[in-house]
Design a protein around this ligand. Structure first.
Ligand SMILES: [Zn+2]
Length: 272
């Protein structure tokens, strides 16, 4: 398991990556948070990032822009954007993390599966980069908020090699997928999702809103509705991520505090 934070990249990707400690990860936007037209990384930036990541066992996740939506009828621009991320991530085996989409204007989860199949046909998923589809809080018309929708999504994907799920804990809580009330609740959620796809990454966020609120509002780990009172299920989660080598990235307003919290839990588990 590698711990990491979400941040914007500096001048170059390597500028961001070279500050990482050994065996950690980072999540960045390849371009602007909402722009579907990210720029390509400079060739030397890719090489330097690759050398650093290989040497230090680090990993880079690209978060796709929030405006990317593979679920809509004509998703050409979003599709090109995601393919560009996969291509840029290729030299250093990075991943593109994508919100599954929303069905606002006649979109559907089947369209997302089709796009994934298309990306494979065009060679974007045959190398070292991977595509991770993130579960949703269920705000508005967001797709990927239930096990049923995740099942539908993966049923339509012909080949799931280099395709997986990014499990966001706040989204799971807000969508009503998991209440994190016990060790068993976490195990059940993982078993449910892993029946359909691999989970190489967890977005570790507490929640500013109540269970089943359908609101996408992240909070610092241990300060929200999920783990504010009891961290038992957080220990279970960290233990599962350690066991299955699942990376954890914090997307809260104080990610460094989250990394400390998670590090302390890891130490506690190791002693037990
Ligand atoms: Zn997330």
């Amino acid at each position: 398991m590698r711990l990491g934070i979400a941040q914007l990249k500096g001048e170059s990707l390597y500028e961001t990556v070279k500050g990482l400690k050994e065996n950690t990860c980072v999540q960045v936007f390849l371009g602007e948070k909402t722009s579907l037209y990210p720029k390509d990384l400079a060739p030397m930036d890719k090489v330097n990032t690759m050398i650093f990541c290989n040497k230090n066992c680090c990993k880079v996740y690209f978060h796709s822009p929030y405006t990317a939506n593979l679920a809509k009828e004509n998703a050409d621009t979003s599709f090109s954007c995601v393919c560009k991320e996969l291509k840029n991530a290729e030299p250093f085996g990075g991943s593109s993390v994508l919100h599954i989409g929303n069905n606002g204007k006649g979109g559907s989860i089947q369209n997302v599966s089709k796009c994934v199949n298309q990306a494979r046909e065009q060679g974007y998923l045959s190398g070292k980069s991977t595509l991770l589809l993130e579960n949703a809080a269920g705000q508005g018309n967001e797709l990927g908020k239930s096990l049923e929708e995740i099942r539908l999504l993966f049923e339509g994907i012909d080949n799931t090699e280099n395709v997986g799920i990014c499990l966001d804990t706040q989204h799971s809580f807000a969508s009503g997928m998991c209440d994190f009330s016990s060790h068993e609740s976490v195990v059940k959620m993982f078993e449910g999702i892993r029946a359909y796809g691999k989970v190489p990454l967890v977005h570790i966020n507490d929640s500013e809103k109540e269970y089943n609120s359908r609101k996408d509002r992240h909070q610092v780990v241990g300060e929200g509705y999920i783990w504010g009172k009891d961290k038992t299920s957080l220990e279970s989660l960290v233990s599962i991520c350690d066991q299955y080598e699942i990376d954890m990235v914090s997307e809260t307003k104080d990610p460094l505090k989250d990394i400390i919290t998670l590090g302390e839990i890891r130490k506690k588990i190791a002693k037990e």
